[in-house]
Design a protein around this ligand. Sequence first.
Ligand code: GLN
Length: 231
Amino acid sequence: SGEEGDGKVYKVGIDTTYPPFEFQEGDEYKGIDVDLIRAIAEDQGFEIQLEAMDFSGIIPAMQAGELDIAIAGMSITDERKEKVDFSDPYFEAGLSLVVADGNSEITSLEDLKGKTVAVKKGTTGATFAQENKDKYGYEIVQVNDSTSMFQEVGNGTADALIEDYPVISYAIAESDLKLQVVGDRLNGDNYGIAVLKGENDELLKKINDGLASLKESGKYDEILNTYLGEQ
Ligand code: GLN
C-alpha cells in the first residue's frame, strides 16, 4: 500500500481560454490539451480534475501544491525548467506579431517605435516583448488572458500584440476577430506538459508513456485533426 493510493486525483491546470488548446463550451472543457491529457490519463490509468486559471497563475499554483500537472499551450523554456519538469514536446509553436485588420503602417517590429504592444502576463510573448522593448521603442500593456489581449488591439487601445501563431491563426480563422498576422514568425518553440520539478518522476514517466502510446495508436493525430482539420 503506497502513500499515493489508486484513489489519487491529479489536478491539472489549464489556461482559462486558449482555443484550440483549451476552451469551454457550455460547462464542458474542450480542446487539444484537454483531449490529450484525458487520453493520457485513460491510457495510463490515472484520474484527473481540470482547473482553469489565468496562465500566469499556473506555475505558482504548482509550487503552492495546488496543481499536479499543467497543460496550457505551455512552451518549454530554460527559465521554466528551473521550476518544472517538462514532458516530451507535443506541439510546435512560436510567436507572431499581430495588428488590427487593415493596419498597413505596422509590418514588422521595426514599425513599433512609440506604439503600444499588448501581451499576456507570464507568457513567452510577454518575455519576448520585454526583451525587445528598448531595441524597438514601444510600450507594453499586460493583460491576464488572450481574449482581453485581442480586445486591446480590436478596440485600438494597443497597436499590436504578440501571440502564439497556432492560437492567433485559429482565432482569426474561426471567429470574426478583426486582426491580422504581420511579418515572419518571431521565434519557434515547443509545448510540453509540466509537473513540479524534481518530485514527480513517476508521474512524468506515465505522461510520456501515455503520449507515446497516443502517437502510436493514431489517437494523437485524431485529436489534432478534430480541432485543426486534416494536416
Ligand atoms: N506558449 C506561450 C507560453 O508558454 C503562451 C501560453 C499561453 O498563453 N497559454 O508562454
